[in-house]
Design a protein around this ligand. Structure first.
Ligand code: MG
Length: 399
């Protein structure tokens, strides 16, 4: 059986984002649209996928799709109304298609099982849609001057809420599209098939196959992606490590995390040689996949000579924040034979947390000696190790 899937993504619904149609918004590791397309491209019974995009949006990045499946995907431009878009797409359906499914790109959680049920019912009955029986009592109302008044209670077992996919044998969809082109307005293809005289069957929808409509839906979808343990999870939390070492010499200040520690010797370097900030900066850049401190602040560039490293750390924190991450926590171990840094740890934590724009509880600073062993142990050098965890920010969530 040759099964075509039309993914309707031509709507300009901008309610959820000022400049972007909602189906293009990211829900973790890709747009709603790309998740919907992937669900169909990955399904073994789907022969081709036709994506209907708004005019002007002719490119479609579908991350994570098996490249051998990409030739099975085509993009067409939609029309003014949903039914116009589906009619345009239907003109591009393969000549050998037996069944055509139509799916709304704003339902990115469609399951393989639901796609299967819809294909089977459409093939058997000619037309079938996924729908959920109402769980609430349903009231028909009338708007009157004094307010909204119930005029009827409809038995809820007879009320089904339409989802997608909606599936049709090719000739049934051809008749439905013809009805639409004759001037009948419809909000879904099932309605046009009904008007064309076909019985449209219902298959059990899936409560998880939600249509993302409101800001709350969008946030819930992002949390679902983050909490699913799926392949997108890695994009939500990222860890990075950093390491730094500087020689200790007389006549230099000892700066750790932007705090100057009383010491007869300090770290030698082009900048202030602050090992806490350097290790932390590399950990954060590493977690974000943005390279290292030398790439962003090269010591061949005079503007970083004697630079305050806490300012560089602040810049890097702003850089990853602008990329949609927040700093989950930072843990730094300083290895230094002398002096002891215990008394300064509170001040260092506060200074580093301030630069990162986080509460000090998210920053840990620990001091160690090297037990007299090697250059650090002999007091000739100071070193630091750091690990940082970044989390993708969920809009609207509390920090
Ligand atoms: Mg350094």
């Amino acid at each position: 059986m040759f099964v075509s899937a039309i993914i309707a993504a031509a709507g300009s619904g901008r309610r959820l984002g000022a400049a972007t149609p909602k189906q293009m918004l990211d829900i973790g590791g890709g747009s709603m649209l790309s998740h919907s397309v992937k669900a169909f491209l990955a399904h073994p019974r789907i022969s081709e996928v036709i994506v209907v995009l708004p005019a002007g949006a002719t490119t479609l990045a579908v991350a994570g799709v098996d490249p051998t499946r990409v030739p099975a995907m085509r993009v067409v431009i939609g029309g003014e109304r949903r039914q116009d878009s589906v009619a345009n797409a239907f003109d591009h359906v393969g000549a050998s298609a037996d069944v055509v499914l139509i799916h709304d790109a704003a339902r990115p959680f469609v399951s393989a099982g639901l796609i299967d049920r819809t294909i089977d019912a459409a093939a058997t009955h000619g037309a079938a849609i996924a729908a959920l029986q109402s769980r609430d009592t349903v009231k028909r109302v009338e708007r009157q001057p004094g307010g909204t008044v119930i005029v009827d209670t409809i038995p809820r077992e007879r009320v089904y809420l339409a989802q997608t996919p909606q599936g049709f044998r090719r000739e049934v969809l051809a008749a439905a599209v013809a009805v639409g082109r004759s001037g009948v307005e419809a909000t879904d293809e099932a309605m046009l098939a009904e008007r064309a005289g076909y019985h449209v069957h219902v298959v059990d929808g899936d409560p998880g196959n939600v249509k993302i409509t409101t800001e709350e839906d969008l946030e819930a979808a992002r949390q679902r992606m983050g909490g699913s343990g799926g392949p997108e999870r890695s994009a939500l939390q990222r860890a990075g490590t950093g390491y730094d070492l500087h020689r200790l010499v007389e006549g230099r200040p000892l700066v750790l995390g932007g705090v100057t520690i009383p010491s007869d010797r300090g770290a030698l370097g082009y900048s202030d040689a602050d090992v806490v900030c350097h290790a932390a900066t590399d950990a954060i850049l590493g977690a974000a996949g943005l390279g290292d401190i030398g790439r962003h602040f090269p010591d061949t560039d005079p503007q970083w000579k004697d630079a305050s490293s806490i300012d560089l750390l602040r810049q890097v924190a702003q850089m990853v924040t602008a990329r949609g991450y927040e700093i989950g926590n930072l843990d730094v171990t300083v290895i230094l034979e002398r002096p002891k840094i215990e008394d300064a740890i509170g001040a260092i934590r506060a200074r580093v947390a301030g630069a990162l724009g986080v509460d000090p509880s998210r920053v840990s600073i620990k001091g160690k000696t090297n037990e007299g062993v090697d250059a650090v142990g002999r007091g000739e050098a100071i070193a630091a190790h750091a690990i940082a965890l970044l989390r993708r920010r969920i809009p609207g969530a509390r920090p």
